[in-house]
Design a protein around this ligand. Sequence first.
Ligand code: FEO
Length: 396
Amino acid sequence: MKSFYNAERVSENVWWVGAVDWHVRNFHGYLTERGTTYNAFLIIDEKVTLIDTVKEGFFDEMMERISTVIDPEKIDYIVSNHAEPDHSGALASTIEAVKPEKVFSSVMGAKTLKAYYGIDTQVVPQSISLGQGSLSFVETRMLHWPDSMISFYDRDGVLFSQDAFGQHLAGSKLWADDYDQGIIEHEMSKYYANIINAQSTKVLAVLDSLPALNLPLQVIAPDHGPLFRKDFDKVFSAYRRYAEQKPQAKAVVVYCTMWHATEALARAFADGVRHAGIEVELIDLAVSERSAVMTAVANSGLAAFGAPTMNNQVFPAMADVLTYIKGLKPLNKIGFAFGSCGWSGEGAKQITAELEAMKFDLPIPFVQSKYKPTQEELMKVFEAGETLAEKLKQSL
Ligand code: FEO
């Protein structure tokens, strides 16, 4: 049956039946500059199975796509790979409409779905037979929530990887190789930095365990963005690179400013870095936001932060960004703090304390100017930029 919303074939027996959220720009504080998709997948086997659902509000779109393949009431099983509401928001409505024989989740998924929606689920065994093929499960706790798991459909070689390998990227194309690869790489890296970075040790453990599973992989199907049908090594090695967090030959200078004093210091520091031959990006928090900052920090070996003092505190925009970054646990960063003040001067001290708490390497003490930076202070931060860029080069 043809419809306004159609399913798209992923493999012989698997269909994409998700939803495209073209205009979402705030995904729990993450600026989704290109929107996103909520991917759900329908497996046509003797036991018809739906893998994940979509965000609340996109139920009709998903059901219409399913209806182009099969009567939704023929769905026997629903598997919740991830209970976060962008994938489970439509679960209760789907269960009501479909009346499946069984709903499966992980142990923590059962607790989470019960707490959110009062839904009872069966905890998955290691694998379940769908008739011609089997679906096997690997728990991936904290990637991205405690309930998270990935599923593999052996008949078609489809890995349903939920948040892992995803990108917040709305579009009309199903396959990642049909997109500009620069966009895919940027969105995958941004997604990792802002959603998964804190769990990098677990990511490395999962990546290490994959070869032993000997999966006859044909498709990687994440819950967000386009899917991968080739270049799997490229996808896995990108995740390994993100997770290892080795120093990158880039620097970022993040600042906020009230009367341009901190801005002048930021520019002088950035020019010092540039003079030493390291690529540098300047981010003014008045015109940027935290997920762009975290992406830049994750992709830089050197990160400097500068802010004024306001009411005996670091300027609030900087406190926000530092709190956010701290939760995502970036590793192996050379850091620098700077700022400006009129009298009490807590700003640069508080930045230093936060960077120390994040275990940034801070070989040069903070620089803080009074009212307006002097030529000497500007030269001091310029030289700090040069020195730290040289130090970064030595660590590469
Ligand atoms: Fe796409 Fe963690 O949810």
